[in-house]
Design a protein around this ligand. Structure first.
Ligand SMILES: N[C@@H](CCC(=O)N[C@@H](CS)C(=O)NCC(=O)O)C(=O)O
Length: 266
């Protein structure tokens, strides 16, 4: 089976795909997509494969799966190893996935970054404008992709409203992150894993959620909950966690390059 994962090192949803592939011990080629500096997700060849212009995308023998939640199920079904979605727990796992995917981790991450630094706020604003400019440019040279680029530009506007405007949703996102930690703590008081007594697809996504809380220095939400901190300890020391190269800190040199690109690149 020829398998390629289009992914970005620090991208939340890419990490979900990488962790799932690692749990199933799947062999695959990793294609890094630079979504911050080169904006490779907006390149016409990529848009033809993923019109939403996001990572991850899994190409399995030409079968394109362009969303992390679909990738979870595809990888579980098509690769060997332990079943991460056993029928007996399917309902509980799906419920857990639903809660996870209803939360906008991007709004929390970005909202947090721009509150920590005025430079991040300016960089984010310019970054969104830069992506829209690139879409306009691409639309002219590739009119056949006009609809996809138009949709992406509308999404960038929506991001501005949710993250940067006066009526931003940061307070709600903070509260929802707390609620999700409470939910996990309660679940973990009943069984060893997030949705059941076995490691499942739910644990893949919640591990990445906790990794992101750690990255944005919300790790007190983990530390102050006994079951959750024990769970994080167990999940972050699994072999798959290292194999999947999970990011809890963007190296300073990379962060400076990204901020510089957002501020000054056309
Ligand atoms: N629903 C998608 C969301 C993917 C997503 O938002 N990916 C982000 C990175 S974590 C991305 O590609 N951002 C680049 C962009 O929006 O231009 C999934 O689960 O795969």
């Amino acid at each position: 089976m020829a398998t390629i994962l289009y992914s970005n090192y620090s991208s939340y949803y890419s990490m979900i795909a990488r962790l799932c592939l690692a749990e199933k011990q799947a062999a695959y080629d990793l294609h890094d997509i630079d979504i911050h500096i080169k904006l490779e997700q907006l390149a016409p060849e990529y848009v033809a494969m993923q019109p939403n212009m996001t990572v991850p995308v899994l190409d399995c023998d030409g079968n394109i799966i362009a969303d992390s939640r679909l990738i979870l199920h595809f990888v579980n079904e098509h690769f060997g190893g332990v079943d991460l979605f056993p029928a007996v727990d399917a309902e509980a796992i799906e419920r857990s996935l639903e809660l996870h995917y209803a939360f906008s981790i991007e709004d929390l991450t970005m909202g947090n970054a721009l509150r920590k630094s005025p430079i991040a706020r300016i960089a984010l604003g310019r970054g969104l404008a830069r992506a829209s400019r690139r879409c306009l440019l691409m639309m002219k040279s590739h009119p056949e992709l006009k609809d996809a680029y138009t949709k992406k530009m509308a999404l960038e506007e929506e991001r501005k409203r949710l993250i940067l405007s006066e009526e931003n949703n940061y307070a709600q996102m903070q509260q929802r992150a707390i609620d999700l930690c409470d939910m996990l703590e309660a679940q973990l008081s009943q069984h060893q894993y997030a949705a059941s007594a076995q490691y499942s697809l739910a644990d893949v996504v919640w591990t990445i959620f906790l990794a992101r809380l750690t990255m944005i220095k919300f790790d007190h939400l983990i530390a102050e909950r006994k079951n959750l901190s024990d769970y994080w300890q167990r999940m972050s020391t699994r072999k798959s966690y290292a194999t999947a190269n999970i990011c809890t800190k963007i190296p300073a040199s990379k962060l400076i390059q990204i901020i510089f690109a957002l501020l000054f690149r056309s």
